[in-house]
Design a protein around this ligand. Sequence first.
Ligand SMILES: *[C@@H]1O[C@H](CO)[C@@H](O)[C@H](O)[C@H]1NC(C)=O
Ligand SMILES: *[C@@H]1O[C@H](CO)[C@@H](O)[C@H](O)[C@H]1NC(C)=O
Ligand SMILES: *[C@@H]1O[C@H](CO)[C@@H](O)[C@H](O)[C@H]1NC(C)=O
Ligand SMILES: *[C@@H]1O[C@H](CO)[C@@H](O)[C@H](O)[C@H]1NC(C)=O
Length: 651
Amino acid sequence: MCLLNAGGTLLLLLLFGQSLSTPRSFSVDYRSDCFRKDGKEFRYISGSIHYNRIPRVYWKDRLLKMYMAGLNAIQTYVPWNYHEESPGRYSFSGDRDLEYFLQLAQDIGLLVILRPGPYICAEWDMGGLPAWLLNKKNIVLRSSDPDYIAAVDKWMGKLLPMLKPHLYQNGGPIISVQVENEYGSYFACDYNYLRHLTKLFRSHLGEEVVLFTTDGAGLQYLKCGSIQDLYATVDFGPGANVTAAFEAQRHAEPHGPLVNSEFYTGWLDHWGSPHSVVSSAAVAKALNKILATGANVNLYMFIGGTNFGYWNGANSPYGSQPTSYDYDAPLTEAGDLTEKYFAIREVIKMYRKIPEGPVPPTTPKYAYGAVGMKKLQTISDALEKLSFSGPVKSMYPQTFTDLNQAFGYVLYRTTLPVTCSKPTPLSSPLNGIHDRAYVSVDGVAVGILERNKALTVNVTGTAGSQVEILVENMGRINYGKDINDFKGLVSNLTLETETLTGWTMYSLSIDDAVSQGLLGGKQPPPTDPPQPAPLSLPAFYGGSFIIPDGIPDLPQDTYIKLPKWRKGQVWINGFNLGRYWPARGPQVTLFVPANILSTAAPNNVTVLELEEAPCGSGPCTVEFTDTPVLNGPVTSHDKQDWGLFAKEDLL
Ligand SMILES: *[C@@H]1O[C@H](CO)[C@@H](O)[C@H](O)[C@H]1NC(C)=O
Ligand SMILES: *[C@@H]1O[C@H](CO)[C@@H](O)[C@H](O)[C@H]1NC(C)=O
Ligand SMILES: *[C@@H]1O[C@H](CO)[C@@H](O)[C@H](O)[C@H]1NC(C)=O
Ligand SMILES: *[C@@H]1O[C@H](CO)[C@@H](O)[C@H](O)[C@H]1NC(C)=O
């Protein structure tokens, strides 16, 4: 291994003396099994940070903490759907300012390993692919399908030229660029697709840049994941056999540097499954082993951050990921230092000189306390303000894609075709609720339908009664063969055996209505018919709080918790913090970054509660606390099997 091979250095310098004359270069050295930077042997110890999961104001703090841990590089994905939310409309400003992020990393002294996809997995909605790709209903994603390739070519034609000046050899921090992501785990195994991407990346970035792939550390993954001209690397966690894992890489790359592109410091969560934790001791021990072989490593994640808004992904069989992407990483969701951070730093210290000076401290958190909430309006009451585009009518239900809506909620309305005096099953026989639906008849909540879990509710009512079904998109599948994940009612509903027809569908622009303050009614909310416990109609609740005077350094970060609330979405001053679901767990608190809080005006909290707010009886409050709770009890007792995905053999 090259880093242990100090004696050979002089000879190597002579052999590769030519590259010394190039001022900035980065390459794979197949002769001495290492990377070579400016002609010298080079090994990276890197950490993953996703700029899209951290508010821009905190990028510098997180990067600095990574630098102070002894890392010399960072790794990030570029989520296509975050930058091109509708075709041809690109967004690279504010929290999406990728070039500023790259510049910050460089200013701090960190190199960058870039993973621009087009597919990224990442527990991110649809693995980073834009949902509008599904406008072509039969598109084969991640393959040579011409519709897919055309969209990829256009996107990469925008992204890659923008990145080119940031390549190491052009004066920037990017030392290498990953093509696709764990492609060997995907069923298509389309080498023409990988070849196409290779040509595309080369045409925009040049011949010199190091392009690589990442796959599970097993021959079965490397088979379809690696091709010529892309340097094959592997990923594995602290439970793996390091020797065997790198032997797998050697099978694909007999020579060149050893690289673990994703060394797992923790693991992801799913709603309804216990919070994942991986011990610091296990991480430190395995990291030491990897570094002792002379290998390059990227710690995934070094900081996980937050799936704000609707950005979380899901696994198949359908299980969605929570709002927090803490990952039990060495820096918490909020960027706090942990025991794991210092354990990792101690290991790195044995292999490279780490920067002197103090580590930036954990940012203070503040408990603003309880905030009283008042009911504003139900979704149905607020329909005119929520559905700017007005309803769409059709015989059979349409999907989010048909309605041109990517995220959030759609309201489906129809009527009972016959009188149901006895409880009558309203069902989705083909499991077409994507992903959760809140059902009411004539303004009375009657039940919840959920993908794979609850396909029938009983209804009663007279012919012509109004049936309303609010369907929530809980995040698109981001891994495996089911990533063409259409949302809404994706198949017909039946009443007994009769297919329901005559639908009116309302696309809901809830985020716009919340940020424009349209939901705060001056008059008291209309009274709904009495609701049978334990459900009520999906409705908005509002409250506000003032940042106290006379305490220095406020506003500070905080966490919001919603005790006795069940499931919904929460905004502060119009910023969508994400989903809460303490009734299912394990996440209990949501991270509230200080930058969305105001000292100039009362801070407005808006909650969309989908099931039942605690406001009928007892205190109707939300609470701001200084302590996160991500490991609350879980109440979904079905044991999910994410077998293929979980790569447990690699953990
Ligand atoms: C790890 O893998 C190597 C190479 O395949 C093997 O020789 C060794 O026995 C394995 N170690 C353990 C603890 O399984
Ligand atoms: C619907 O009602 C029938 C008859 O009362 C009952 O057997 C069935 O369990 C109910 N189904 C649901 C989903 O509540
Ligand atoms: C609903 O059923 C009709 C009639 O069988 C069929 O033509 C239509 O494709 C179905 N729609 C969906 C979304 O499954
Ligand atoms: C909260 O809402 C009130 C009333 O609409 C508004 O005056 C105030 O500026 C809002 N606060 C913030 C921080 O936006």
